[in-house]
Write a protein that binds this ligand. Sequence first.
Ligand SMILES: C[S@@+](CC[C@H](N)C(=O)[O-])C[C@H]1O[C@@H](n2cnc3c(N)ncnc32)[C@H](O)[C@@H]1O
Length: 323
Amino acid sequence: METAEWYRYFAEREVRGHSPVYEALALGIAADSGLIELIDGLPGPKRQPNLLLAAVRHLGGPYDEFGAFREWTVRHWGEVRETVLARRTQTNEVGRCASLLPVLAALPQPLALVEVGASAGLCLYPDRYRYRYDDGPEIGPAESPVLLTCRTNGRVPVPERLPEVVWRAGLDLDPVDVRDDEAVRWLECLVWPGQEDRVARLRGAVRMARRDPPRLVRGDAMAALPGLVAAAPAGATVVVFHSAVMPYLDAEARDRFVALVRGLRAGGLPVRWISNEGSPRLPELAAKLTSGLPDGRLAFLPALDGEPLAMAGPHGEWLDWLA
Ligand SMILES: C[S@@+](CC[C@H](N)C(=O)[O-])C[C@H]1O[C@@H](n2cnc3c(N)ncnc32)[C@H](O)[C@@H]1O
């Protein structure tokens, strides 16, 4: 995708209706050949809208209005560039646990969770959050600082009980330490302006995880996954899962990753595979949909062992069950 088109897509398909501030900035950038030229000087994956916008905010640049944003960003381009090159889009969105919960709860218990592309590992605690689907009862530990709400359509098998997680570990190219205030500030800058509810639940999840930080391994998805799966305890269903990670793999790496996970399963290991990725990212899943994708908005496709089960909001805000 050309850079200007990428920023327009981000404005119109991702942030519209969620962050008017980012919608205006992204549309402004898309129409500004000077900024596009600067951004095009970055390596391809580093041109990502949310990464650039988070870098400006992290450096203290203005973002309420395009003119001030543009002037500041051009003047500080050296620092912006350095930040973009040094950091990654590591948005850790615990809201996605609302999309994963019905799938996890329906598996044979207990579970050993292995998250690929875990960021700070906050999605490794689906059993520590509270959930409310539509106007239903709250599920989860009453003392949890995080409540995830989700609108549903179709026959979502909302569980009465949370899954039993006996072991959890994640891997990431660059794991984020929840005890590191500066790293957590970067995670906060990755949340779109105006989404105070997302910031609040991120902070709640960080507080919770600091009491019992997750086991996170530094490594590439391909290289580190077999070792982590082998480390999981016997007697639990090993669940390899990932959300919002495929955009960072090119098509060839993505195909190799899918083949690796399928190979683990074919090798006789009791491994289940949950993917929760944007519909364009695993084309074999989108091809299996019998109903169309929603118009004009990005949908994730929660899937078990390569079979799509639902369409979901990218941050777990809605869940439409397919069957
Ligand atoms: C957008 S974040 C999503 C984090 C988390 N899965 C969530 O849904 O909240 C993507 C994460 O994938 C990691 N990542 C990207 N490519 C990777 C790779 N090849 N191997 C391991 N991790 C990777 C990034 O470092 C980042 O932390």
